[in-house]
Design a protein around this ligand. Structure first.
Ligand SMILES: [Zn+2]
Length: 200
């Protein structure tokens, strides 16, 4: 049996989108890959590896428990609604922006400058260890919204797939989250064409 952590995908090209993509559709059914605090701990471990240049919050290691899992999912679900609205050209919901702004207020940028090294911008959390995970995700969302080309934000072209991604290709022609989704859609089209030609 496949455990949920084996199903994690990092195809979003942004930390915030990869968190959103922990809700997936498998064989037509929506599935939440973050079922337990342990799932979240594993996702965070993998995400940190994938996004090694993410913004860093000093001395804030979140305690991954049930309450924290709820908070992370609240941010995730708000970001899904927000980015889905953007990708589909709909009005951006104020409530989801408010959730994002709440998380952004958990910390502030500071300069870290150690002798002999380049100065760096990092973040200090005001008083919440949870900022260690939530703030980098929110900052990733902030950068997408304010600095990226939002016409490149897409939902996978496969109707049965709900993954979101930021298209970083030079040609701006990425339509699928993965080659698997591309192949699935292509074989579906072939099947329908075959059926049409048989019936016609
Ligand atoms: Zn897909």
């Amino acid at each position: 049996m496949t455990t949920d952590s084996e199903l994690f995908v990092f195809v979003g090209e942004a930390l915030a989108l990869d968190l959103v993509n922990t809700t997936v559709v498998i064989r037509g059914k929506q599935r939440d890959l973050l079922q337990t605090p342990g799932d979240l701990a594993q996702w965070w471990e993998a995400a940190r590896h994938q996004h090694s240049h993410m913004d860093r919050v000093r001395d804030a290691e979140p305690v991954v428990d049930a309450a924290f899992l709820r908070d992370v999912k609240a941010l995730r679900d708000a970001l899904r609604r927000l980015f889905t609205a953007i990708a589909e050209g709909e009005e951006v919901p104020d409530a989801e922006i408010a959730v994002l702004n709440d998380v952004l207020s958990m910390g502030h940028p500071v300069v870290e400058w150690q002798a002999g090294q380049e100065p760096q911008m990092v973040y200090d959390a005001y008083h919440d260890e949870q900022a260690g995970l939530l703030l980098p995700v929110a900052l990733s969302a902030l950068k997408l919204i304010t600095e990226a080309d939002l016409t490149r934000l897409h939902k996978c072209h496969n109707d049965r797939c709900i993954l979101l991604f930021y298209d970083t290709t030079r040609s701006a022609t990425r339509q699928w989250c993965s080659t698997a989704c591309f192949d699935r859609e292509r074989s579906l089209l072939r099947y329908e064409e075959k059926k049409r030609s048989e019936n016609g």
